[in-house]
Design a protein around this ligand. Structure first.
Ligand code: GLU
Length: 294
């Protein structure tokens, strides 16, 4: 089987040290397995998108010699694929329209492990034929979803209890991340996913969706998160500093240390550093702890 990996940034800001870590780890794992490394721009959330960020991310990857295979895929151009997947789930009677407002969901739900668990109000109702736009929710069931993460080990979730029926298409017409990511990973032939541990909670939903759509399920490795001193994931909201491209080698070496590559790490330019790291890459050297970075 050919290894196909990917890096799937959301263009909501510049690449920062946390997203660089994910890019480097997914790149090294793909290349160490003689695989392809794809880049997919997850640009579905238009309100959160920052103008110019997608190009800026690509330029930054390029500056670090993180060269991707094939063409970059943009989720904003793939609505027809998501629609076809939703139609298929509808054909199987696995989705239903939901007319509840965010407020009703908050008031009538209970707290789950990733937000509110929807109380299922619309699941057992006849679809309304009114002017109001519906969201579409996936029916969850009571079967435990179990999988083995290469870094975090065996994981288990009961979707009905822990998550509840989740949204695939929002009432404002935007596709939810959970559906888009599964459809794209399948259509791009992705076999291995290496990404941040903040998405570990989403993986069972994605495995479940893949199963319902008769897709093969990729292998997963979730990376420990890079956090600031307050234990917050680096992001635009936690004011992650911009990467200083005049200092690329130092940054890349820092990332290679976080990823526990053997030391000393040679003094080389990015392309050679990456080549060296591919040779020495062992995913099982990565620990589960969060990594604090300044
Ligand atoms: N677009 C997501 C993010 O930037 C990553 C999605 C994924 O790797 O599945 O957090």
């Amino acid at each position: 089987m050919q290894y196909i990996g990917r890096f799937a940034p959301s263009p909501t800001g510049h690449l920062h040290i946390g997203s660089l870590l994910t890019a480097v780890a997914s790149f090294l794992d793909a290349k160490a397995n003689n695989g392809k490394w794809l880049v997919r721009m997850e640009d579905l959330d238009k309100p959160r998108e920052v103008k110019g960020a997608a190009d800026d991310i690509l330029r930054t990857l390029d500056a670090f010699s993180l060269h991707w295979d094939d063409c970059v895929v943009y989720q904003s151009q793939r609505h027809a694929l998501y629609r076809a997947a939703l139609d298929e789930l509808q054909r199987q009677n696995l989705v239903y329209p939901c007319y509840c407002s965010r407020k009703t969901v908050q008031e009538n739900g209970r707290q789950g492990i990733d937000g509110m668990v929807y109380n299922g109000n619309c699941r057992f109702r006849q679809p309304e034929h009114n002017a109001k736009q519906a969201a579409w929710r996936m029916k969850t069931d009571n079967q435990p979803i179990v999988f083995e993460d290469k870094i975090f080990g065996i994981q288990q979730q009961n979707l009905q209890h822990d998550i509840g029926d989740f949204v695939l298409l929002r009432a404002d017409g935007e596709w939810a991340y959970q559906l888009a990511v599964v459809v794209d990973d399948f259509h791009q032939g992705v076999t291995h996913i290496v990404r941040g541990a903040d998405l570990l909670v989403s993986t069972p939903r994605q495995i479940y969706l893949a199963g319902c759509l008769k897709y093969s399920v990729p292998q997963y490795a979730h990376l420990p998160l890079l956090t600031n001193r307050l234990g917050q994931k680096w992001s635009k909201q936690t004011l992650a500093p911009c990467l200083d491209l005049s200092n690329k080698e130092t940054l890349l070496k820092k990332v290679l240390v976080y990823l526990n590559l053997p030391q000393p790490i040679p003094d080389e330019h990015c392309a050679n550093l990456l080549q060296w790291a591919v040779k020495h890459w062992k995913i099982n050297r990565i620990c589960r702890q969060f990594i604090i970075s300044e």
